[in-house]
Write a protein that binds this ligand. Structure first.
Ligand code: CLF
Ligand code: SF4
Length: 292
């Protein structure tokens, strides 16, 4: 890894509101250009809304890469602390490879300094690792909820890979293998990786410490253990919630092994602003408040 790249990435990390505890004043902007997904998590229900619902997978609109560029210009003109452009759904950034690539290219052409941040389930990560590095993506999140196929089979209904549908333990085995291989590859290439883990009571809560140890070995920079938000209409909609105390106790245990994130806001796929103060409604094209 070249020294100039690691210096640049360190500077970007210090101004990334999710990766750095003292970077609250910097703005991240999610561009919802990735509607499709290649797996089905049992807690996910992606829907399009115009409500003030805040959780991953929710967006009021899907943007084309060209729309995303226009929106980026509008946000940049208003928010001088805009530092990070993230692609976090509402599906998977890498299951929408052409749109993700095009969006990054267009924005990078007018602002080569902005930090690009991708969020993925990791199924296609090893396949696209070299491309991602070429685009100049410096930060990447992989959601890894289990490293045990038996547990994974309870979390994922299907995994679709190369036009074949996998279910049960076969789905879990494939997804875990792809996630771990991809994570190792991109960390070795110098991308700063966060691993998100959804804490699901009675399903994977007892297993999360093992996940954290494993991803640390593969080069993860930090983990972000998040409580399940049981989306209405999802298979897990009636599961028990994890309490704040249970969540933070587990994070503290895992902090012995790896840096933990304590300030995640489980953002929408179209969130804009500093963490915790989403002002995306001001920039929604299809809303009456739209200002661009
Ligand atoms: Fe977005 Fe995610 Fe990048 Fe941040 S969010 S793609 S790493 S720029 Fe941040 Fe939001 Fe938590 Fe994600 S607070 S849900 S961790
Ligand atoms: Fe939903 Fe993300 Fe899971 Fe895909 S990977 S099903 S978008 S939570």
């Amino acid at each position: 890894m070249k020294e100039s790249w690691s210096t640049k990435v360190r500077e970007k990390t210090e101004k990334h509101p999710c990766y750095c505890d003292t970077a609250h004043k910097y703005v991240r902007m999610h561009i919802p250009v990735a509607p499709k997904c290649n797996i089905q998590c049992n807690y996910c229900n992606r829907k399009y809304d115009c409500l003030n619902e805040s959780r991953p997978g929710v967006t009021s609109e899907i943007l084309t890469p060209e729309n995303a560029l226009e929106k980026y210009k509008a946000v940049k003109a208003k928010l001088e602390n805009l530092m990070v452009v993230g692609i976090a759904g509402p599906g998977d950034a890498l299951a929408n490879f052409p749109e993700t690539q095009k969006s990054i290219e267009l924005i990078k052409a007018i602002d080569p300094q902005v930090t690009f941040c991708l969020s993925t389930n990791g199924l296609m990560l090893s396949e696209y690792a070299e491309e991602i590095v070429k685009w100049g993506v410096s930060h990447l999140t992989v959601t890894i909820n289990s490293i045990d196929p038996i547990i994974a089979a309870k979390i994922y209904s299907t995994v679709v890979y190369k036009n074949k549908i996998y279910t049960g333990e076969a789905a879990g085995t494939l997804l875990i293998e792809k996630q771990l291989t991809g994570l190792k590859l991109v960390t070795e290439m110098g991308i700063v990786c966060k691993v998100n883990i959804v804490m699901i009571k009675g399903i994977n809560d007892h297993h999360i410490e093992a996940v954290v140890k494993k991803v640390k070995d593969l080069g993860a920079f930090m983990t972000n253990i998040m409580p399940l938000i049981p989306a209405a209409g999802s298979k897990f909609e009636n599961l028990d919630l994890v309490s704040k105390v249970e969540l933070n106790n587990l994070r503290k245990k895992c902090a012995i092994d790896l840096k933990q994130m304590y300030h995640c806001r489980q953002c929408r796929a179209d969130a804009i602003g500093v963490l915790g103060e989403d002002i995306s409604i001001d920039f929604r094209k299809n809303c009456c408040n739209a200002s661009w």
